[in-house]
Write a protein that binds this ligand. Structure first.
Ligand code: DX5
Ligand code: ZN
Length: 223
């Protein structure tokens, strides 16, 4: 397991000031975000609508923090590769949204991105174990996707523990990411289960000083 990574979610930031919100977590030291998490929602896969490729393209020009695009959308085979082409570091799509996750991951990689597979809290890991060989990141959702500020679901940590074992034994190579309800009060538990990268929206952009919030989360994850 590597040093913990923190990925602030701009879903809880001010959408009219995204460059400044990215800058708030771009300082030096432990307050610097490892990735900036960008939640793309289409009002079909989830009951909410956020932003798409044009805003990601603008963000890429506004920050040097690698973008971690979390696509909560239908038809990722069609929509995901352009995010990688544009320069997003990670392009993560939902297992529940496609019949052919291996092909989607392959296209993302061919377009120059790292491919991530996301699973909702109620989605079992077992059907996807083989597919995990073909992705760079597994994103375990710890709330129902769609909205920030929801309560952490600790029961999903069983999936994290199972994948951690496979990674530690050398059977798999990927990063384990968790998304939803991560805060000072929940991050240690997730870290102990074996998470590598922690997404946090309201816990970073809720407080006045987003950079300080990143540093505090990082310290708690490493403790
Ligand atoms: C929810 C999004 C999350 C969201 C997390 O569907 O995928 O990335 O921003 O927000 P918090 O950290 O507030 O639970
Ligand atoms: Zn997300």
């Amino acid at each position: 397991q590597l040093a913990p990574m923190i990925a602030p979610s701009i879903l809880s930031a001010d959408f009219a000031n995204l460059a400044a919100e990215a800058a708030a977590v771009s300082g030096p030291g432990p307050s610097r975000a490892d990735w900036l998490h960008v939640d793309v929602m289409d009002a079909h896969f989830v009951p909410n609508l956020t932003l798409g490729l044009p805003i990601v393209q603008s963000l890429l020009k506004a920050t040097d923090i690698p973008l971690d695009c979390h696509l909560m959308i239908e038809d990722p085979a069609r929509w995901a590769p352009p995010y990688a082409e544009a320069g997003a570091h990670n392009v993560t799509f939902h297992a529940e949204a496609t019949d052919n996750p291996v092909a989607v991951a392959k296209d993302i990689r061919a377009a120059g991105g790292k491919a991530g597979l996301a699973i909702k809290p109620g989605t079992a890991l077992e059907p996807y174990l083989e597919i995990l060989r073909d992705v760079d990141t597994l994103l375990v959702m710890s709330v129902e996707p769609g909205f920030g500020g929801q309560k952490f679901m600790p029961e999903v940590l069983d999936k994290v523990r199972a994948v951690r074992k496979l990674v530690d034994s050398g059977d798999l190579r990927l990063l384990i990411e968790i998304d939803g309800g991560i805060a000072d009060s929940t991050i240690a538990e997730a870290a102990e289960a074996g998470v590598d990268c922690f997404v946090a929206g309201s816990a970073v952009y809720g407080p006045e000083d987003a950079g300080a919030a990143v540093a505090a989360l990082r310290a708690k994850a490493a403790a």
